[in-house]
Design a protein around this ligand. Structure first.
Ligand SMILES: Cc1cc2nc3c(=O)[nH]c(=O)nc-3n(C[C@H](O)[C@H](O)[C@H](O)COP(=O)(O)OP(=O)(O)OC[C@H]3O[C@@H](n4cnc5c(N)ncnc54)[C@H](O)[C@@H]3O)c2cc1C
Length: 490
């Protein structure tokens, strides 16, 4: 039986572990933290449960397939709830509209703000469906191991048809005129940690996931997904080493031979999958002389995606004007992104709030459980603002929108870029590794396989196909399938 070490129990590592174990591999997952799920992390304070990380779930079929392909029933592990009227978008001046997967409701909402958008909504849906289907068929299922992979005629053709040269904002301007609508749809670029003014229109297809396929929530909290994946993996025989940090991957003759933990445990291996953030983990675990294609200098010069500043606030009341997902936009969205990618904190940030107790009071029976998220710059020398100062800016702004959060706080916790970096070993605290602001970084994300070490693979949000939890699950599955396929032909 072949032995595989997976370093990191994030969603990518868990998905790879299930595929490999169900195909007869001896799988060991090493995780430095006490929980599995990585950034999908449960935070429980008093009677309040919070889902740190993924609050907006899309593509449920991707998660379900991990179980089904291992002959398990996903419904034995967790249940999805679909949220049709899913996100309230509020502008700085109080104007608002609700996003819905119901097309008629959407056209009604749009016509109140922007008759042009109402007239063009159908054309918008057709175009994002086209972008989504091209990506789904041509990019998601493949492992890209070199730029040459893009040169196959079919794939090259597909790249040209996903509007790689148009910017996301420009794409949206063709369908929406009202500034709030442009902000709301441009916000999808933040799902890949990038700017709508720099990232390619290809990523407008994220809108298809929310506006057509639907937004989902898991009863009891989205972290039930990670718990379910861990339970399934254990049923299939995966060994978990929690609270166990890997110190080094030993390389001999361009092959990974052993992994060694900080406690001195050594596991001889046939293959290794690094699920931790590639930019942080690869240099930390593999000596530079073994990775000429990925030297420290190249890693250091990478342009990181955005980070996050998160406040989790448990309240003693249920505020009247909140639903499950809502966004309070900045006045000048362009300036906000310029500030962020200049490495600075925006003083007028766009604020996202998830209040999952609106859908599921059982996760927080005594009042709202607010997950308040603001885009933050990745760590650099310019990170000058204190957590307390930034929290005040956020609470003041929400108070002006009729949300007097401070008056009702029972529990509170802040997680900023420094903690994201330390807790998840994330490069400069970035959520998704390299940003997708340039054409090269959008279409040539770091490969899922080391160019220098034959049996070393990468799965997770910092690699192909990209950030966002469904993509991460796909990357784990792709890597596992590649390992299985390679072993089958040996
Ligand atoms: C604030 C926030 C909000 C988000 N919102 C959403 C959302 O609404 N929807 C969505 O789909 N996605 C969202 N995401 C993104 C999503 O959480 C991630 O893309 C996904 O969870 C990443 O999974 P991963 O497998 O890449 O690895 P990670 O979650 O990064 O896990 C990697 C694991 O590797 C471990 N590790 C690293 N190095 C070592 C080592 N040497 N030894 C042992 N263990 C190690 C780390 O501790 C970590 O647990 C959000 C993320 C954040 C942070």
């Amino acid at each position: 039986m072949k032995t595989i070490a997976i370093i990191g129990a994030g969603l990518g590592g868990l998905s790879a572990s299930i595929k490999l174990a169900s195909n007869g591999y001896n799988v060991h997952v090493f995780e430095k933290n006490a929980h599995t799920g990585g950034k999908m992390m449960p935070i429980d304070m008093g009677s309040y449960h919070f889902d740190f990380g993924p609050n907006t779930m899309t593509m449920p079929e991707v998660f379900d397939r991990v179980f089904e392909e291992a002959n398990l029933n996903p419904r034995d592990f967790f249940d999805w709830t679909r949220i049709d009227q899913h996100t309230r978008n509020v502008d700085y001046n109080g104007e608002s509209f609700m996003m819905s997967t119901n097309q008629e409701e959407m056209v009604d909402e749009l016509s109140k703000l922007d008759p042009y958008a109402a007239d063009h909504y159908n054309a918008y849906l057709e175009e994002i469906e086209r972008l989504y289907l091209l990506s789904k068929n041509s990019f998601f299922p493949r492992m890209f191991t070199s730029p040459g992979d893009y040169l196959s005629p079919g794939l090259f053709n597909a790249v040209l048809r996903v509007r790689p040269l148009e910017k996301m904002n420009h794409f949206h301007e063709r369908f929406f005129k009202h500034p709030l609508l442009l902000k709301a749809f441009n916000r999808y670029s933040t799902y890949i940690g990038s700017s709508p003014y720099l990232s390619p229109a290809t990523f407008a297809m994220i809108g298809y996931l929310e506006m057509v396929q639907g937004v989902y929530y898991v009863k009891g909290g989205n972290t039930k997904i990670a718990e379910g994946l861990e339970r399934a993996a254990k049923q299939l025989g995966v060994t978990f080493h929690l609270n166990t940090q890997v110190k080094q991957v030993h390389i001999e003759g361009k092959k990974a031979t052993k992994v060694e933990t900080v406690d001195g445990f050594v596991l001889p291996v046939d293959q290794v999958v690094i699920n931790g953030d590639l930019l942080q983990s690869y240099p930390a675990l593999v000596n530079e002389k073994h990775r000429p294609s990925m030297r420290n200098k190249k890693i250091e010069s990478s342009s990181p995606s955005i980070s996050a500043f998160v406040i989790m606030a448990g309240l003693s009341t249920r505020l009247q004007n909140l639903c499950h997902h809502q966004v309070y936009f900045s006045r000048d969205y362009t300036e906000e992104f310029e500030t962020l990618f200049d490495g600075k904190w925006s003083l007028d940030p766009t604020i996202y709030i998830s209040n999952s107790s609106y859908t599921d009071p059982s996760v927080s029976p005594d009042g709202d459980n607010l997950f308040i998220l603001v885009n933050a710059p990745p760590l650099s020398g310019n990170n000058t603002i204190s957590e307390e100062e930034y929290k005040t800016i956020i609470y003041d702004k929400l108070e002006a929108h009729g949300l007097p959060i401070r008056e009702y706080i029972v529990e509170e916790k802040i997680v900023g870029p420094n903690e994201i970096k330390d807790r998840f070993h994330a490069f400069k605290g970035a959520l998704y590794g390299i940003s997708s602001n340039s054409l090269k970084n959008s279409f040539l994300r770091p490969s899922n396989q080391s160019k220098d070490i034959a049996n070393l693979f990468f799965a997770g949000g910092s690699t192909h196909p990209g950030g966002g939890s469904p993509m991460v699950v796909i990357s784990g599955k792709n890597v596992a399938e590649k390992i299985i396929e390679r072993d089958a032909v040996k």
